[in-house]
Design a protein around this ligand. Sequence first.
Ligand code: F6R
Length: 240
Amino acid sequence: MTVRLEVMPAGAWAGEVASRLLAALDANRGMRLVLPTGDTPSPVYAELAARAADRFGEAVVLGLDEWVGLPAHDPARCDGRLRRELLDRLVAPPAFREIAVDAFPSPDRAAREHDVHAQAGLDLVVLGLGGNGHVGFNEPGSTPTSPTRVVRLAEATLDASVERYGATLRPSGGITLGMDRILAAGAVWLLATGSRKAAILARALHAPESPECPASFLRRHPALTVFADEPAAVRLGVSG
Ligand code: F6R
């Protein structure tokens, strides 16, 4: 297991992660990448929106996860949020394969269709880290072989949808890219910022692998890079 850990001062973190992503895009213009939503990547997207210009133009972006049961224009929707914060702000936006939860008769079908896009290959999966160790919506109980699927969300995740992301309703569930697809990607980046992620990041990287902390399985990936700011890394025994 080799985890590449990059720790940066909080004030430099978003700019540095954005620079790394632009460098990766410059090296592979047709990159197929999966992007998360949430509070962690937002400042990275603000940097990218200001600096990326046309560098995403040939890329394909796939959604990582989506709420089930929220109306199409709900402010918490992952597809809308990614468009608002990044894609719609780019001079040349990439192709976007969102999880098309409204386009199919059932969430199960939307999950299966998304998995077909993922199966075509993923160069890079970018992830945030849930306070309970989830990645995407692979909640505790997920294993390395968990597929792309409809999931029952943890209460804390549902609380976040309303309290932190402004959902107008409590979602009935979620759709997530599976752990199997995440672990099969060419590279995985795990983003973590702020002191409230310190304990779960230490658990993900140092405690025994366990379905209780699905992020711990990322250590199996041969090309995992963790980008943490100093407050999130405080329990890892390293400094930036
Ligand atoms: C959202 C997602 C989630 C979040 C995680 C952390 O698309 O995939 O796994 O990354 O819940 O959320 P924040 O960054 O808001 O703390």
